[in-house]
Design a protein around this ligand. Structure first.
Ligand code: 5GP
Length: 179
C-alpha cells in the first residue's frame, strides 16, 4: 500500500490510476447513452474537478460544450458552509441540458446552490457527474449526483485534482487520510 505525508497527515492510496480510469469510463458511457442525440453543456467546477473533467470529457462522444465555474466553500478539512462565486458562469444556460462536473459531493451545499443558480438562469435540465460521493454526509437531497465514479465513507481524500490546502492535486491516485 502506497503511503504519503501531506501537511503532516498520513494518507494511504485508495484508488489506483487504473481503477479511476475504469470508473471514469463507465461513467462516461452512461452519459453517452443517456444524452444520445442531445448537446449537453458541461459546467466544470474548478479547481478540484479539472483532472476528472479532462478525463471524463475526452471519453464523451457527444457533440457538447464545456465551460468552467469556480466556487469556494471548503478550506482544509472542515467546510465553512458558505458558497462564494469566484469565477461566475460565463455561458448562457437557458434551454440547455447542463451536466455539472464535480470532484466530490460531501454535504451537497455546493451542488445545491449551483443547481438553484443554473435553474434560475433557465437551464432545461441539470444533472451532476461527480468522481466521488459521500452519501453519509449528504445534507441536501437534491444534490445527490446522477453519475458517480465511487462512493466513499466520511474520510478526507486527496489526489486526482482533490487538494489539501492547495497541494496534492497532482497525485495520480486518490489517497484517504489514515485515522
Ligand atoms: P460540499 O459542498 O458537497 O459540502 O463540498 C464539496 C466540495 O468540498 C468539493 O468540491 C471539494 O472541494 C470539497 N471536499 C469535500 N470533501 C472533500 C475531501 O474529502 N477532500 C477534499 N480534498 N476536498 C473535499
Amino acid at each position: 500500500m502506497r503511503t504519503i505525508i501531506e501537511q503532516g497527515h498520513t494518507f494511504e492510496e485508495w484508488l489506483t490510476p487504473e481503477q479511476i480510469a475504469k470508473d471514469v469510463t463507465e461513467l462516461a458511457n452512461r452519459i453517452n447513452a443517456d444524452y444520445a442525440g442531445r448537446e449537453p453543456l458541461f459546467v466544470v467546477v474548478l479547481n478540484g474537478a479539472f483532472i476528472f473533467a479532462a478525463d471524463l470529457i475526452r471519453r464523451v462522444n457527444l457533440h457538447c460544450e464545456t465551460t468552467f465555474i469556480r466556487v469556494s466553500s471548503y478550506w482544509g478539512m472542515a467546510t465553512t458552509g458558505k458558497l462564494e462565486f469566484i469565477v461566475p458562469l460565463q455561458q448562457v444556460v437557458e434551454g440547455r441540458d447542463v451536466i455539472i462536473v464535480e470532484d466530490i459531493v460531501d454535504s451537497g451545499l455546493t451542488i445545491h446552490q449551483l443547481k438553484a443558480h443554473l435553474r434560475a438562469e433557465g437551464a432545461q435540465s441539470v444533472s451532476v457527474a461527480s468522481m466521488l460521493f459521500k452519501p453519509n454526509k449528504l445534507e441536501y437531497n437534491d444534490a445527490k449526483p446522477d453519475y458517480v465514479g465511487r462512493e466513499i465513507t466520511n474520510e478526507f481524500v486527496i489526489g486526482y485534482g482533490l487538494d489539501f490546502d492547495g497541494f496534492a492535486r497532482n497525485l495520480d491516485s486518490i489517497y484517504k487520510v489514515k485515522e
